[in-house]
Design a protein around this ligand. Structure first.
Ligand code: ADP
Ligand code: MG
Length: 748
């Protein structure tokens, strides 16, 4: 976290960038400072103050244990007398920890913790802690099921307001050695000695007034040593809004910058490749496709670069929309590039587009159309000769449409006239990768980003804040609904598993094809000997290990029900050629059962595949399961998806499976997904597991706040596109970008 040099460096940077050691003399706090650096990477005042309490203990008065009343929520300080951990009777895989505490009154109380691991770790015998919870009578004595707790040094170290109320006590994100009291002590010292009133607000004053935000110095003090609930809440609001605003300002600034470089108009031609493609289309576009298509056509015809996110459920027909946009650009002599996240997908897009265009993709060849253009594939694993030819076609402009993977960005690819970049499955590309593609064009090309994972509005505004959003809500007609069932092997007998493989056999006998999906690849040397999933459950003590492709392939091939079926495997560790061959065989119908990882998740299109068996589905997220399921139900036949799980019915993940079974509406599922997840996981998971880059903004909770921040940022950038008159804001942006560059922009 380094400040950008130059005249614009604010006091905000000044104090916050000071080393902690300057503000924390004395040997005991010094050892905490050393720990802060070692365990949390915290070395500056700013980093420490940004290490916000993860919650506050705020309820009730301190009470003697002897005065506890059943059913009344209360707080008390007590010492841990004993602690023991035992297995839960109803579910032996889970544990409980019983802690007996006592205080000066001599009374004691048993508290049972369900988060056995952390309670056992935090509440060692002899330690003192503040507890908050509700005691109840159980078998004649008072006890508590669960409690909030924060370790304390001595009872006197607890602050009280004059009337004996407890002040809210911050509880910090801790490590084993860095407990809340230790962190609080150092924070306290810094708050006393650092000149926080010298911090200059990065937010424009009119925004601060409208939002009624406290100044940064006050906010830091109230965050760490609040004297009321209202105080820390308003501090949190300041930092939330500030984070949202700074991010929105940057996204708006980028957008303004792109818009300030006009591009060549790409008008629709009366008779060109697009018109001919439309004339030959074997189906009618849906209303949504037409509407989005017109919107895109108008933007391409203009001189402001388009930045559009097209979201639509799997199978909603995004590809046709994208292809039509690409053809419009080709009509003006330009080129369009389509970026896919994997080689399998790039190859498929290339084939599909070539097939869809027919004579329109055969320039200068027998039977080719006079408006035809070359459709060129470029991936990292292509041979040297093929690559050279591809690069040549791209550079000369002979290739009107180029489909590729990251290779399109990374290599020395020169386009003759790149007018449009289509990015498929956005969640795997970061903002900077899009920018890299833009750079290839010399000018900003139009950008169309497609995703099948519906994106909550707040995420769209934050992560994709520089894009306009279009949504395809309806699926093209004629698709068959998919029936989905959860098959719980933990609660049902072997007959249920037999039924799964019998059903697979029925599909195969009827000429259909089957996907079997496993969470892991596995390796040949370590294939378990179990011949059924159910058997694996009976002999393993803990939760079963994730099923692997190698194991399932053997299991499926050995099942009597599926004797004679052609079984093949597909996964990411195979050679590209092998993968391509297997996919081709499956597409041709030569393979009956394809056992694979989630490589089939995106884009694979085999309409004859009508059954999907997902093993250990609890290991996947809702949207991933939904994407997987989108591989079936693509043809004229009814399709079935079986979620075959080995976890117990009361396992938390089963709610996700039930949700997926209950609906095929991707948007509904996205909402369920949001509700079931913890707030902090949302961006991380939808962004392939990286850090969200958002420290304060909660995408569930803060939609309204983000919307306000966006409007406010828009107004500021509209007046001052380069933020020339807002040096402190500029600097805040630079700080955030420095810190979160990898997490936010280069998310891969
Ligand atoms: P997505 O990329 O959104 O998952 P695709 O564009 O691959 O969906 O479309 C899925 C299938 O539906 C493809 O086979 C495509 O040709 C077909 N399709 C697209 N639009 C229509 C339509 N309007 N009517 C009928 N079929 C369509
Ligand atoms: Mg697609």
């Amino acid at each position: 976290m380094t400040a950008r040099g130059g005249a614009g460096v604010s006091a905000f940077a000044g104090v916050l960038d000071q080393p902690l050691t300057r503000y924390v003399p004395g040997s005991s706090p010094r050892s905490t400072v050393a720990l802060l650096e070692k365990e949390l990477g915290i070395t500056t005042v700013g980093q420490l103050l940004d290490h916000a309490p993860r919650r506050y203990i705020r309820r009730g008065k301190i009470q003697a244990l002897s005065e506890l009343v059943a059913g009344e929520r209360t707080s008390f300080v007590a010492r841990v007398e004993s602690s023991s951990t035992r297995r839960m009777r109803s579910d032996p895989r889970r544990s409980l920890t019983d802690v007996v505490v006592s205080d000066d009154t001599g009374a004691s109380l048993k508290i049972t913790f369900f988060n056995a691991y952390s309670a056992q770790k935090d509440l060692s015998v002899g330690s003192l802690a503040l507890f908050t919870g509700k005691p109840e009578f159980y078998r004649g004595t008072l006890s508590m099921a669960g409690a909030d707790y924060a370790p304390v040094d001595t009872p006197e170290s607890l602050d009280r307001s004059p009337d004996g109320e407890l002040l809210p006590i911050p509880v910090y994100p801790e490590t084993a050695k860095l407990t809340t009291p230790r962190i609080a002590k150092v924070v306290h010292q810094v708050l006393l000695t650092a000149d926080l009133d010298s911090l200059v607000d990065p937010l424009p004053s009119e925004v601060v007034v409208v939002e009624k935000l406290p100044p940064p110095g006050d906010a830091y003090r109230d965050l760490h040593r609040p004297d009321s609930v209202a105080a820390y809440e308003s501090a949190q609001r300041r930092f939330r809004f500030q984070e949202a605003f700074v991010l929105q300002a940057e996204l708006r600034r980028r957008r303004a910058e792109h818009a300030s470089h006009p591009v060549d108009p790409r008008p629709v031609l009366a008779d060109g490749i697009l018109a001919r493609f439309d004339a030959g289309l074997s189906f009618d576009l849906t209303r949504g496709q037409r509407k989005v298509g017109e919107q895109i056509a108008a933007e391409l015809a203009g001189t402001a670069p388009m930045n559009r996110l097209l979201q639509g459920d799997v199978g909603s027909g995004k590809t046709v929309v994208a292809l039509r946009a690409m053809l419009q650009v080709v009509d003006s002599g330009g080129q369009a590039a389509m970026l896919a996240p994997t080689e399998v997908l790039a190859t498929q897009h290339h084939e599909k587009i070539t097939r869809a265009l027919g004579p329109l993709a055969m320039p200068g060849r027998l039977g080719g159309d006079e408006h035809a253009t070359e459709v060129t594939l470029l991936t990292g694993s292509m041979g040297a000769t093929a690559r050279r030819k591809a690069l040549l076609d791209i550079a000369s402009g002979a290739a009107g449409i180029v489909v590729g993977t990251h290779a399109l960005i990374q290599e020395a690819v020169q386009f003759a006239d790149l007018g449009l970049a289509v990015v498929d499955e956005q969640h795997r590309f970061g903002v900077e990768q899009r920018d890299a593609l833009r750079d290839k064009a010399g000018q900003s090309p139009h950008t169309l980003v497609m995703t099948a994972t519906p994106i909550p509005r707040t995420v769209a505004m934050t992560v994709f804040g520089d894009l306009d959003v279009s949504t395809l809500r309806e699926l093209p007609g004629g698709r068959r609904p998919i029936e989905t069932h959860v098959v719980g092997l933990a609660e049902h007998g072997p007959a249920w598993e037999r039924r799964v493989w019998e059903l697979a056999a029925e599909h195969v006998v009827n000429g259909r094809q089957v996907y079997v999906v496993a969470p892991k690849i596995g390796d040949d040397a370590a294939v378990p000997s179990f011949t059924s999933l159910r058997e694996s459950l009976e002999t393993q003590e803990d939760e079963p290990e994730a099923a692997t492709v190698t194991w399932l392939a053997e299991l499926v091939a050995a099942r009597p029900e599926l004797r004679g079926a052609c079984v093949r495997v597909l996964h990411g560790r195979q050679e590209t050629q092998d993968k391509a061959r297997t996919m081709a065989q499956f597409a041709e119908g030569d393979v009956d059962v394809l056992v694979s990882t989630t490589v089939v998740e995106v884009g694979v299109d085999v309409p004859n595949a009508t059954l999907m068996v997902v093993v250990d589905p609890e290991r996947f997220g809702i949207s991933q399961l939904h994407q997987l399921r989108g591989r079936i139900g693509r043809g004229e036949h009814a399709s079935t998806c079986l979620l075959v799980t080995r976890v117990a019915p009361d396992h938390p993940s089963r709610a996700r499976l039930d949700a997926v079974a209950a609906t095929t509406d991707g948007f509904e599922l996205a909402e369920v997904d949001l509700r079931l997840r913890r707030e902090g996981d949302i961006l991380g998971a939808s962004q392939s597991g990286g850090r969200s880059g958002l420290r304060w903004v909660g995408v569930l909770r803060d939609e309204a706040l983000v919307a306000r921040a966006r409007t406010a940022a828009e107004a500021v950038v509209a007046e001052d596109p380069q933020l020339t008159n807002h040096p402190h804001l500029r600097e805040a942006i630079a700080r955030v970008l420095d810190e979160d560059r990898e997490a936010f922009l280069e998310r891969g």
